[in-house]
Design a binder for this molecule. Structure first.
Ligand code: SF4
Length: 260
C-alpha cells in the first residue's frame, strides 16, 4: 500500500531527515514547517519548474512568530512577503503550497495585533487561491504551565490566560469558543468551503492526507484506504509515515509544543 511521508514531529526546515525519502526514494511527502522561506530556498527543485520530488508544503504561519509563544519563529510578514514573491513566479507550483494556521488561539482574539495577523494570513490564502488549513490550540497541562509563565513576560495576555485557565476543563478549547472564532473568519470574508479544519472534535474536519492530496500527488488508488487512528477527530487517511525522529521541542521552542 502507498505511504505518504509527513513531518509532524518537528519542523521540516530545521532537519534533513526527510531528504532520503523525497530525493532518493522519490516517495511523496507532506512537509510541515514554520519557516517556509528557509525550506523553499534550500529546496527550490521541489517547488519550481520541472520538480525533482513529490511534496506538498504546509506553511504554518500563525501570526505569533517572534512572540514568547513562538520565540524562534520568523514573523509572519516576512514569510508572507517571500511566499508572495514565489507566487509571482510562473514556475512556482502553487498547488504544492498550503497555508496552515496551527494553532489558532481563540482566547487571544481580543488582542488587536493578533487578530490583525490572523486575518491578514487568512486573506493571503484566500486572495491567492491557496489551500487554507486551521487547527486550534491543544491546551495540555504542560502547555498551560508554560502559558502561565508567559503572562509574567507578556502582561498584555495575562487576562486572557487567567480567564482561560479558570474555565478550561479539557485539552481542547471550549467548543463554542472555537465555533465563534471560525464564524468570525467566515464573517470577515473567508469562504467556509475553503477552510480545511484539522483534528477538531465537534467540527467538520479534513485530514492532512485526503483525496485532494492524493490528486495533487498524482496518486490513484483503487483499494479502500484505512482511516488514521491518531486521535478520534483526525480525518487523515491511515497511510501516513512519520519521517522525523525528533522527540523534543525543536529550535523554534514554541510554548504550545506537545513535546515536554
Ligand atoms: S517547538 Fe514543537 S511545536 Fe514548535 S515547531 Fe518545533 S516541534 Fe513544532
Amino acid at each position: 500500500m502507498i505511504s505518504i511521508g509527513i513531518t509532524e514531529r518537528g519542523d521540516a526546515a530545521l532537519t534533513k531527515e526527510w531528504h532520503s525519502w523525497v530525493y532518493k526514494n522519490h516517495q511523496p511527502a507532506i512537509l510541515i514547517t514554520k519557516d517556509p522561506r528557509k525550506l523553499i530556498k534550500e529546496n527550490r527543485s521541489l517547488f519550481f519548474g520541472e520538480v525533482k520530488g513529490n511534496v506538498i508544503l504546509h506553511a504554518t504561519i500563525t501570526g505569533l512568530g517572534g512572540t514568547p509563544i513562538e520565540p524562534g519563529v520568523t514573523g509572519y510578514k516576512e514569510q508572507l512577503s517571500y511566499l508572495g514573491e514565489c507566487l509571482q513566479n510562473p514556475d512556482f507550483h502553487r498547488e504544492k503550497l498550503v497555508i496552515r494556521q496551527d494553532p489558532l488561539i481563540p482566547f487571544f482574539i481580543q488582542d488587536p495585533e493578533y487578530q490583525g495577523a490572523v486575518i491578514e494570513i487568512a486573506k493571503f490564502a484566500r486572495d491567492n487561491g491557496l489551500r487554507y488549513r486551521i487547527s486550534f490550540l491543544d491546551y495540555y497541562n504542560h502547555v498551560r504551565d508554560r502559558f502561565t509563565k508567559i503572562k509574567e513576560q507578556y502582561p498584555k495576555w495575562a487576562v486572557c490566560i487567567n480567564n482561560q485557565n479558570k474555565y478550561q476543563t479539557d485539552l481542547h478549547i471550549n467548543h463554542s469558543l472555537r465555533e465563534s472564532f471560525l464564524q468570525s473568519l467566515i464573517n470577515l470574508g473567508i469562504p467556509e468551503s475553503t477552510i480545511e479544519i484539522c483534528g477538531e472534535p465537534g467540527m467538520k474536519c479534513t485530514g492532512c492526507i485526503s483525496q485532494k492530496d492524493l490528486d495533487i500527488f498524482g496518486i490513484s488508488v483503487t483499494e479502500t484506504l484505512p482511516k488514521n487512528m491518531q486521535r478520534p477527530a483526525c480525518a487523515c487517511l491511515g497511510i501516513k509515515y512519520e519521517l522525523l525522529n525528533n522527540k523534543r521541542p525543536c529550535a523554534h521552542n514554541c510554548a504550545y509544543c506537545y513535546w515536554k
